[in-house]
Design a protein around this ligand. Structure first.
Ligand code: NAG
Ligand code: NAG
Ligand code: NAG
Ligand code: NAG
Ligand code: NAG
Length: 501
C-alpha cells in the first residue's frame, strides 16, 4: 500500500515536472531576435541560384513563360494578336510590343500553347483560320515549334491539323501550308525572338521542362544533396539559430501533387525540422509560392509571369496553411509560419482578408508559433502596421536589398553604407513602436551593385547591415544559405571570412 502510494506520488511528480518543462519551453524557447538564414532554392527552385540544374532540359530556352516574337521572314512583319487578344491574328506590325508578344505554355519539348497579352490562347479555328480567343488551352490550342537545325530561331509553326502556319497577307494567317522550305521567301518561315531578360526559371519551369519521366529523379537528387544535416551543424557552429524555409503550395498535396510538380518534398521538410532540432535551431516555414502566383516571379512558381492570386484563391491557400500548421504544430522548434512571401500587385483588401484567415488557421493548431505577414513589396513598409496590431504574436516581414532598384545603380561603397545607416535604420525604427507587431528582416544579402568592391568593402557592408538589422525585434534572415554566386551564399561568405556573427 505504502510503496504503491509512493510510486503514485513519484509518477505525479514526474508528470508535473514534464508538464512544467513543456510549458516553460513553449513560453521562453524563442530566443528573439533570431539570427536566421533562408534555405533558398531548396524546396522552391530558383534557377538563377544554380543554373546547371536546368542543363538536361531539351529546348531549355523554351520553358513555360518564355516570351517570344515571331516575324514573318517573307513579309518582314510581326505576328500580332489584334487588340491584344479576343480577336484575329494579323501580321501587319513592323515593331513588336505587347500584342506581338506570346508567352509559352509548354506541353512537351516541342509543343506549346501561346498566351497573348489579354491572357487568351491562340487557337486553330474554322477554315484553318487562327484566332487569339480561347480561354483555356487544349488540343486545338497546341502548336509545335519546328526549329531549323542550323539556325534554331528560324522556325515553322505546326498547327493541330498537322499543317504549317503561313503568312497569306498582312491581315490573314492560315494553318494550311504543306511545303518544307526554309528560305526567307517561304510564307511559313518565322524569325523567333526570345525575350531573354524576361524568362522564368522556377519550380514550374524545371519540373515541366524535364517532364513527368525525368523531373522526379532530378528533384529528388537535388533535395538529397543540396542541403543535408551537416549543413545544420555548420549553421549552428557559426552562430545561426534558425532557418527560414521557402515552400510551395504543392507540398500540401504530397506525395502526388498536381502536375508538373513532384512529390517527395514533404519528407524533406520533416527532415529539416529534425536536423534543426538536433542542432538546437528553430524553423520558420515560409509559404513562398501560392497557387495563382502572388507576384509573377519565378520564385512564386509562376507558370507564365502573370500575378493571378486573389480572392478566389484564398480558400485553397488557407488550406495549405492549415495543413502546414497542423503537421508541424507539435514540433517544439516550429517558431513561425509565414503566410505568403512578397506579394506584388495584390489587392490590399484581399491580402488582409487572407492574412486574417491564415492567422486563424495557424491558431487552430498552435497558440505559440508566430504568424508572419510579408509586407507587399510594392507598398509602403507601414501599410500593414495597424492591421497587424490586432493579432497576437504576429510579425511583419520586410526585405532589404540594396539591389533591384535604380536607386542603387551608381552608389559607391560609402553611399551604400550611409543608406543602411540612415534609410534602413529609420525605416526599421518607424516600424518599431510600442504597440507594433514584431519586425523581421526576412531577407537581406551581402551582394550590392558596387562593381569590383574589395573584400574589406564587403566586410564593412555586412557588418553595417548586421548592426542595423539587429534592431529588428523578431530578427533577420540572410538570403541565402547556398548559391552559385558567392556573395549570395552565406556558407561561402562565412567560409571565406566575409561575415561573422
Ligand atoms: C492591322 O490589321 C487589322 C485588321 O485588318 C486592322 O484593324 C488594323 O488597323 C491594322 N493595323 C495596322 C497598324 O495596320
Ligand atoms: C508533343 O506533343 C505533340 C502534340 O500533342 C505531339 O504531336 C508530339 O508527338 C509530342 N512530342 C513529344 C516529343 O512527345
Ligand atoms: C531575326 O531577329 C534577330 C533579332 O531579333 C535579328 O538579329 C536577325 O537579323 C533576324 N533574322 C532575320 C532573318 O530576319
Ligand atoms: C506530432 O504528431 C504526430 C501526429 O499526431 C505524431 O506522429 C508525431 O510523433 C508528433 N511529433 C512530436 C515531436 O511530438
Ligand atoms: C536601434 O534602435 C534604437 C532605438 O530606435 C536606436 O537608438 C539605435 O540607433 C538603433 N541602432 C542602429 C544601429 O540602427
Amino acid at each position: 500500500m505504502g510503496s504503491a502510494f509512493l510510486y503514485l506520488k513519484l509518477v505525479l511528480a514526474f508528470y508535473l515536472l514534464c508538464h512544467y518543462v513543456t510549458v516553460a519551453q513553449a513560453e521562453e524557447d524563442f530566443p528573439l531576435p533570431l539570427k536566421a538564414v533562408n534555405l533558398g532554392n531548396f524546396l522552391v527552385t530558383e534557377g538563377s541560384m544554380k543554373p546547371s540544374r536546368f542543363d538536361g532540359i531539351i529546348n531549355k530556352d523554351l520553358l513555360d513563360g518564355t516570351q517570344v516574337h515571331f516575324m514573318s521572314t517573307k513579309l518582314q512583319t510581326y505576328l500580332c494578336a489584334e487588340h491584344g487578344g479576343g480577336s484575329i491574328l494579323v501580321l501587319n506590325r513592323t515593331r513588336a510590343r505587347g500584342w506581338e508578344t506570346f508567352r509559352l505554355w509548354r506541353v512537351n519539348e516541342s509543343a506549346f500553347n501561346f498566351r497573348v497579352s489579354n491572357k487568351q490562347f491562340i487557337k486553330q479555328g474554322e477554315g484553318n483560320k487562327l484566332a487569339a480567343d480561347s480561354s483555356s488551352p487544349s488540343d486545338m490550342e497546341t502548336f509545335q515549334i519546328v526549329r531549323n537545325d542550323d539556325e534554331p530561331n528560324r522556325v515553322r509553326i505546326k498547327a493541330p491539323n498537322g499543317l504549317f502556319l503561313q503568312a497569306i497577307s498582312e491581315t490573314l494567317v492560315t494553318a494550311d501550308y504543306e511545303g518544307s522550305d526554309w528560305d526567307d521567301s517561304d510564307p511559313s518561315v518565322f524569325n523567333m525572338t526570345i525575350l531573354t531578360g524576361r524568362s522564368l526559371n522556377g519550380e514550374y519551369q524545371i519540373t515541366n521542362g524535364y517532364g513527368p519521366d525525368k523531373a522526379p529523379k532530378i528533384m529528388r537528387d537535388h533535395w538529397n544533396t543540396f542541403i543535408t544535416e551537416d549543413d545544420f551543424r555548420f549553421m549552428s557552429e557559426n552562430g545561426l539559430n534558425a532557418v527560414r524555409v521557402p515552400v510551395g503550395w504543392w507540398i500540401a498535396h504530397d506525395p502526388t501533387p498536381p502536375k508538373p510538380f513532384v512529390g517527395g518534398s514533404l519528407q524533406v521538410l520533416d527532415n529539416v525540422f529534425t536536423w534543426a532540432q538536433n542542432y538546437g535551431m528553430k524553423v520558420i516555414v515560409d509559404l513562398h509560392a501560392v497557387q495563382g502566383s502572388q507576384n509573377g516571379r519565378s520564385h512564386s512558381a509562376s507558370r507564365d509571369g502573370y500575378q493571378e492570386w486573389g480572392d478566389s484563391y484564398i480558400p485553397d491557400t488557407v488550406a495549405t496553411i492549415d495543413f502546414l500548421a497542423e503537421r508541424y504544430a507539435n514540433r517544439s522548434n516550429l517558431v513561425a509560419i509565414e503566410l505568403m512571401n512578397e506579394p506584388i500587385g495584390v489587392n490590399l483588401q484581399s491580402l488582409k482578408k487572407y492574412y486574417q484567415a491564415g492567422y486563424d488557421a495557424v491558431r487552430k493548431h498552435t497558440s505559440s508559433a508566430y504568424v508572419i505577414m510579408s509586407n507587399p513589396l510594392d507598398k509602403d513598409s507601414k501599410v500593414l502596421l495597424s492591421f497587424a496590431e490586432t493579432f497576437n504574436r504576429v510579425v511583419i516581414d520586410v526585405h532589404y536589398y540594396n539591389l533591384f532598384s535604380d536607386t542603387f545603380n551608381n552608389m559607391n561603397v560609402q553611399q551604400n553604407i550611409d543608406y543602411i545607416r540612415k534609410q534602413r535604420a529609420s525605416d526599421l525604427s518607424s516600424l518599431t513602436t510600442a504597440d507594433s507587431p514584431l519586425i523581421f528582416v526576412g531577407e537581406w544579402s551581402g551582394e550590392w551593385k558596387v562593381k569590383s568592391a574589395s573584400k574589406l568593402d564587403y566586410q564593412i557592408f555586412e557588418n553595417v547591415q548586421l548592426e542595423v538589422y539587429s534592431n529588428a525585434t523578431f530578427g533577420w534572415a540572410y538570403w541565402s544559405y547556398k548559391c552559385d554566386s558567392n556573395h549570395w551564399s552565406l556558407k561561402w561568405m562565412i567560409e571565406n571570412n566575409y561575415v561573422k556573427f
